[in-house]
Design a binder for this molecule. Structure first.
Ligand SMILES: *Cc1c(COP(=O)(O)O)cnc(C)c1O
Length: 418
């Protein structure tokens, strides 16, 4: 009998009984996956959009090795350390302002849980204890923990089993048309007293299959939050750090959320770290002489020094003085994705083509078999995954034009197959 070396490994989002064998990756380098069987693939996904500088970037690797030797971990209960204080001040300055407050955790889902708790308690601390629910949007994905699941798309098959177990929230359509704006506004007028806030993934709902909305729609939502005194939570776990063409997607709408969640690319895809960043006016509801006003949350590994060192090194690579201009690279990727993918709109099975920053998605008229797609792309030396009826690329920003064109050619080949 063959020894099955992964018989104890439970994989995510997979019916393992019928799924193809997973891809066994031995090591990574730049934008390439080196497989155990010797095959080398150009990576079009960047490990769920995290590895924005490519894999094994020496600046990040050096920083985390240095940190792991001096202090691999220290708890944050009553303790601070240089990597966390430096990272918090850099994140505050680049997002909500110098006086914003950063709460660290280890995953995007937890960053969202913390954002929801902060929003609710921000109201409780001022005596408004009825504001306990949220408005969220069709197509939303905010993570797989219970609070986060409750603000995901309610009809989504991924979480549909848990209806009744989850807190019921209010789901709206992202208001693009005059009619939708009217409906959204009327609805908020009626329900805002029950709401703690509104949560949205600015500009691109990546997990929903790269669904996009306009900066105008986002600005309208922000204006409405302002009008009805609701907190706006921007979940930029996926869109943060350049993915949509600006450092953060909310900046393209000239708005400022009250609470911001970041994760995924925060450490350049090297270690788990996320942050919930609150504006000073939100934090000020917690800052009091009453111990009951404190935020009672504290992940064991929050602000892990090695993860924070990786994040600080990743931010260096986005700095104005860095050797490569990341946002310029994203701009170039966007142009190539547009040139290569938009013509696919003419194909009979293509419903939509969406390009924004370093995201290119082709939506087909039927659900795509993930395994079949994976093996098609693998045979062309590429690693691309399908998501529902969408095949997409969201590569590392350091990918060169030649590799990017290879990815796009593979996507065209797949789309024009049927
Ligand atoms: C991935 C993702 C999350 C969840 O992050 P995890 O680190 O997987 O918990 C939350 N929100 C958005 C928008 C995401 O893309």
């Amino acid at each position: 009998m063959k020894f099955d070396d992964r018989k104890n490994l439970w994989l995510p989002y997979s019916q393992m009984k019928i799924a193809d064998d997973p891809v066994h990756v031995a090591h990574t380098d730049g934008v390439r996956l080196h497989l155990a069987d010797g095959q080398v693939l150009i990576d079009g996904i960047a490990s769920w959009w995290t590895a924005c500088h490519g894999y094994n970037h020496p600046h990040i690797i050096d920083a985390l090795i240095r940190q792991v030797k001096s202090m691999p971990h220290i708890m944050m209960g009553g303790v601070v350390h240089d990597q966390a204080t430096r990272l918090s001040s850099r994140l505050a300055t680049m997002t909500l302002g110098d006086d914003a407050m950063c709460f660290f955790s280890e995953s995007g889902s937890v960053a969202v849980e913390v954002a929801l708790k902060i929003a609710v308690q921000h109201w409780i601390n001022q005596g408004a204890s009825l504001r306990k629910r949220f408005a969220c949007f069709a197509g939303a994905y905010h993570g797989d923990t219970t609070g986060a699941m409750s603000v995901c798309d309610a009809e989504d098959s991924m979480h549909a089993h848990f209806k009744g177990y989850l807190i019921e929230q209010f789901q709206a359509t992202v208001p693009e048309t005059d009619e939708q704006r009217g409906v959204f506004s009327t609805w908020l007028e009626r329900h805002h007293q029950e709401l703690a806030g509104v949560i949205i993934e600015p500009l691109v709902q990546m997990a929903a299959g790269m669904r996009m909305h306009s900066a105008n729609a986002l600005r309208f939502i922000a204006d409405q939050c302002h009008q009805f005194g609701l907190l706006l939570i921007a979940d930029e776990v996926a869109t943060g750090f350049g993915r949509t063409g600006s450092l953060f997607a909310f900046q393209q709408a000239n708005i400022k959320p009250d609470i911001l969640c970041v994760g995924k690319a925060l450490t350049g895809g090297t270690l788990p770290l996320a942050a919930t960043i609150a504006s000073q006016h939100v934090y000020s509801q917690f800052h009091s002489n009453d111990p009951a006003h404190a935020l009672m949350h504290g992940p064991t590994f929050m602000g892990n020094p090695v993860a924070c060192a990786a994040a600080n090194a990743s931010l260096d690579l986005f700095d104005a003085g860095a050797a490569e201009n990341r946002l310029e690279q994203v701009d170039k990727i966007e142009r190539t994705l547009g040139d290569s993918l938009l013509p696919l709109l003419d194909h009979k099975h293509v419903v939509d083509v969406r390009v924004k920053g370093a995201i290119g998605a082709v939506q087909l008229d039927a659900m795509i078999d993930v395994d079949q797609a994976m093996s098609f792309f693998r045979n062309r030396g590429t690693f691309v995954r399908a998501l529902r009826d969408v095949v997409y690329v969201a590569p590392s920003f350091v990918i060169n034009q030649r590799d990017l064109r290879t990815l796009c050619a593979a996507v065209s080949g797949f789309v024009t197959l049927g």
